[in-house]
Design a protein around this ligand. Sequence first.
Ligand SMILES: [Zn+2]
Length: 213
Amino acid sequence: MSLREQLCAYGRRAVELGLVIGSSGNLSVREGDLVAVTPAGAALDRLTPQMCPIVDVEGHLVEGDLQPSSETPMHLAVYAATGAGAVVHTHSVFGTVVATTMTELPPVHYNALLLGGAVRVAPYATYGTPELAANVREALAGRKAALMANHGGVTVGATLEEAFEATRLLEWLCEVYVRGLGVGAPTVLTGEQLDAVVERALNPPAFPRRASS
Ligand SMILES: [Zn+2]
């Protein structure tokens, strides 16, 4: 699948899964110094490959008739800082709820480790600005996900599939936390408990083979 075809496929999926309503999110995927990005203001479930602009990592338009997403500077800042292969940004409901109420999503489930642990909320700045890009870059240090205050979430991956799955996981973790608050005070895992998960994942027990008769 070409980079632009990937944007169309994952754009559709993001809308189908309710992670994005209309144009309230943007995706990009990189190959070398070229980045295919979703166009500004377009519904993500109605993209065609030709609609998706290609820019270079410095932000010059290389191909396409439509303007790149207004959040393209943030995507490019993330590529420069992380060397990621793809970036996904959405205004998904539970991610946005956490981003409007907290400064960090605490790790209440061990799968938070797949995103690097507690997810930081980048301080608020106007969408599309270099200031927001800088805040997100900082919040992503050592993480695969960050939240943007009063705005939404952003995830990275080596591939668009990886970045997309990180967005699904981020939304799930935020939903568990928010729903947990409705029942009681969610227990946050300790550093020791998280270290034990890493240890276990690195050393899975082997099942002994039954002797054949
Ligand atoms: Zn946004």
